[in-house]
Design a protein around this ligand. Structure first.
Ligand code: SF4
Length: 412
């Protein structure tokens, strides 16, 4: 029996003579039997075209099986060459084929005729549609009514490109679902380091801390879920803070189900415990944080040395006790203590994430993200192997000119 050569792609797997994806050297010409011709054996030739799933912004890799004869797409699978998703997708990835073949898919611009809500539409050309929309925008801008133009996008996955157009037009009207979704977490995280989301190194973590039902449930990050499981297999402890008995909670070593909105109290109690017991990375804090600015603002008459800073910081947070957090969260004190002890053992390898849920729909939810980064900072886990980095540290993001939006009341 001849064994296949070892896989050459990050997501390729073999077992004896079985492999999960066709080898890359066959992607230009790959043959399958036509299932509809069964039991006859009718071979059809395909090309496997790499694509990207955009059913969420994880942007996992896909492979489209394109029939060479009529260019129809037979199916969509994961792409084993993609370094993030490594050939694995959530159910929404392969389901992309349904969007392509949906009998109700809109294939042409339609313009409403008659009353709004009347359900009457006429087909128009792309030129007509673009002239109509551009004409209305132009009229608003030339008449100084820039902010009567609003741009709404469901998922802005283009790193701010559309915003640059709006800035150039003097329109301060960008809107997306983020406003009621992740903006709280983004805001809290931006205040820490100018980046609006975490990029945790789960695979190398010693402790993984997830607030809200991540793993990251269904939506955000099948690639993250893969690394969380790798970290767990490598011995990482998984802590899940989620009011719901979620799928993620079922994988946890420690699950806390707090009263929604109390997450920041739990995190501050952990921060206070780390400070009280000296289980912090002082060298890291002294080097990377503006502790002297803290003294300037909160303790202007105190001596300017790091030891004084630590003493004062500890005192400033001492009222965040386990008992306080337990009362806020309505969970047993012992559970929060257990969580704090686990976090204290992270050795600078605390991988943590908070996004929606705890930060969204709660008054002051953005403080949950701030409190989480406080814990990451105290344990020396920011920017470390197995820790949590701000997103974008290893990614080029083009930034346009930092223009102030022009408003209908004046120009920038
Ligand atoms: S996680 Fe699922 S929906 Fe999101 S990009 Fe990947 S396959 Fe698509």
């Amino acid at each position: 029996m001849t064994l296949t050569p070892p896989p050459d792609l990050p997501g390729a797997r073999t077992h004896e003579n079985l492999r999960n994806y066709p080898p890359a050297d066959q992607w230009d010409s790959f043959f399958l039997n036509d299932a509809r011709a069964h039991p006859r054996k009718v071979r059809r030739e395909f090309m496997l075209v790499p694509s990207t799933c955009f059913n969420c912004e994880s942007a996992c890799g896909l492979l489209a099986y394109v029939d060479k004869e009529d260019l129809s797409i037979l199916k969509v699978e994961g792409n084993p060459a993609h370094p993030g998703s490594r050939g694995r997708n959530c159910a929404k990835g392969p389901a992309t084929i349904n969007q392509i073949n949906d009998p109700e898919r809109l294939l042409h611009p339609l313009r409403r005729v008659g009353e709004r809500g009347g359900g009457e539409w006429e087909r128009v050309s792309w030129d007509e549609a673009l002239d109509d929309i551009a004409g209305r925008i132009r009229t608003a801008i030339t008449e100084g009514r820039n902010n009567e133009v609003m741009y709404h996008v469901g998922r802005p996955g283009e790193d701010g490109f559309a915003e640059r157009f709006l800035m150039a037009w003097g329109v301060d009207g960008h809107n997306s679902h983020t406003n009621i979704c992740s903006s709280g977490a983004r805001f809290g995280q931006s205040l820490w380091g100018g980046f609006d989301r975490p990029s945790p190194d789960y695979a190398n973590a010693k402790v993984i801390l997830l607030l809200s039902s991540h793993l990251e449930t269904g939506h955000y990050f099948n690639p993250h879920a893969q690394r969380i499981m790798e970290g767990k297999l490598d011995g990482a402890k998984l802590i899940v803070v989620d009011p719901r008995m979620s799928n993620t909670a079922s994988h946890a070593n420690l699950w806390l189900a707090p009263w929604p909105g109390s997450e920041a109290a739990i995190l501050l109690a952990i921060a206070s415990y780390l400070l009280r017991t000296g289980q912090i990375n002082g060298t890291y804090l002294e080097r990377w944080f503006n502790w002297d600015t803290y003294l300037d603002n909160l303790h202007p008459n105190a001596p300017r040395d790091f030891a004084t800073f630590l003493n004062l910081l500890t005192a400033d947070y001492e009222h965040f006790t386990f008992e306080f957090a337990a009362a806020e969260a309505q969970v047993p004190v012992a559970r929060i203590e257990e969580m704090a002890r686990l976090v204290a053992q992270c050795d600078g390898r605390l991988s943590a994430h908070v996004w929606r849920s705890a930060c969204a729909g709660n008054y002051g939810g953005w403080q949950v993200a701030r409190a989480l980064w406080f814990v990451l900072a105290l344990t020396g886990s920011i920017g470390t192997r197995g820790g949590t980095s701000p997103n974008g540290w290893d990614k080029f993001i083009p930034h346009g000119p930092n223009m102030r939006p022009r408003t209908s009341h004046g120009t920038s």
